[in-house]
Design a protein around this ligand. Structure first.
Ligand code: GLA
Length: 381
């Protein structure tokens, strides 16, 4: 990938660029908890975005996407928003850096990625973090890493209409090889957990389903949670986020909020606790409990949060039937991957069965990705 990027960069802009990279992410457990002030447990993966970049001494940005085989040129003022969606991520990062008092001047860039798009692996966070980190380094801004993650998150909010939480950008900036990170999304305290299970593998099974309305459905879920939190807050003023609420407090407002909001909140309150349980289990080397929690999460995401789909439920059920240790839909949902914790000896038969049975039912094979927990945003020398 680096060579391809460099060849295009030299063709378009000459020599003298610097390389930066960032990563997509997995999340072992803790879904839809980030914007509710709860815990998440992600890690960066060995698939990401790489860019070669050089300041150009002008006030315009010229960026070329190898994957789209397309170029975008834009200025750095608020009304210079480019038309192409992929370029809006880069534009947003420039604007959000500037809004935080950082310097951004014109630059030339070529980038490419190997995070599968729409698979729930946060290709957009990888792109944002790569550029946020690169601009911070190139223009000597010294913005701290949390703020770099927030630059990516605000880019989603302000330029891409997705009201996401902080998990993806956090994982993409803070990721470290072989480590998962538990983040408390309210206090922003975090802790690294070494992750190298003996006798198990983590594998992603990509349904290749992409949900058209995923971002509006996502924003709707968030609104439901905020509505539930607001109702609970009337009785318990200390509840800042839904994750602060106890299950019994939710019960108190059952009749005053829509049933849909109740179900969403029920999932979130359970999910926050599951992250803590999984971290404890991991420290004991108790993978059976980790796996069981993953199944519980899937059930909740499917029945209470309603972000699964037929294809993902099928893959989950198959995993259960084959005695796979843990399996669940990962990320925002509405398509994408299941993440599976599989005993070594079950790995081959499970993949075989998933491919065959999924194809028989849905007409195409799912894609399989082995998970390698890797480094996040960095300069590539
Ligand atoms: C998407 C969002 C994240 C998070 C997950 C669900 O990936 O970008 O902020 O909410 O969905 O856990």
């Amino acid at each position: 990938m680096k060579n391809k990027i460099h060849a295009k960069f030299t063709e378009l802009f000459g020599e003298g660029g610097r390389f930066f990279a960032s990563a997509g992410r997995i999340n072992l457990i803790g879904e839809h908890t980030d914007y509710n002030g709860g815990y998440v447990f992600p890690g960066a993966i060995d698939k990401g975005i790489m860019a070669e970049i050089k300041p150009n001494g002008k006030n315009t940005v010229c960026v070329y996407s190898l994957d789209y085989d397309a170029q975008a040129i834009f200025g750095l003022e608020e009304n210079d928003l480019p038309d192409q969606q992929w370029a809006r991520y880069v534009f947003g990062v420039c604007r959000e850096t500037i809004k935080r008092g950082g310097t951004v001047k014109g630059f030339d860039a070529v980038f490419a990625g190997d995070v599968p798009l729409g698979a729930g692996l946060s290709s957009s966070a990888a792109l944002e973090s790569c550029f946020a980190f690169a601009l911070n380094t190139l223009f000597g801004n010294k913005i701290d890493p949390f703020e770099l993650a927030k630059i990516g998150q605000s880019t989603e909010h302000n330029y891409c209409c997705v009201m996401c939480g902080i998990m993806d950008q956090f994982a993409s900036v803070f990721g470290k090889q072989g480590q998962l990170i538990r983040l408390n999304c309210k206090t922003l305290e975090y802790k690294y957990f070494p992750f190298n299970p003996k006798r198990y593998k983590l594998v992603l099974v990509d349904s290749c389903v992409k949900h058209e309305l995923a971002s509006s459905a996502y924003n709707k879920r968030r609104a439901s949670c905020e509505n539930a939190a607001k109702a609970i807050r009337k009785n318990h003023p200390d509840v800042e986020f839904l994750s602060d609420a106890k299950r019994v407090w939710l019960e108190e407002v059952r009749d005053v909020i829509p049933e849909e909001d109740f179900l969403r909140a029920e999932f979130v309150i359970g999910e926050v606790q599951r992250v803590l349980d999984v971290c404890d289990a991991l420290e004991r080397g108790d993978y059976e409990t980790v796996g069981e929690m993953m199944y519980q999460t899937h059930f909740g995401l499917s029945r209470l949060y309603e972000v699964s789909c037929e294809e993902l439920d099928f893959l989950n059920k198959l995993a259960r039937k084959m005695d796979v240790t843990g399996s669940r839909v990962m990320g925002g949902g509405f398509g994408g991957c299941t993440i599976n914790l599989v005993k070594d000896e079950l790995y081959e038969p499970f993949i075989e069965a998933a491919k065959k049975q999924f194809k028989a039912k849905f007409g195409h094979e799912p894609k399989i990705y082995d998970v390698v927990v890797s480094d996040g945003a960095r300069e590539v020398k």
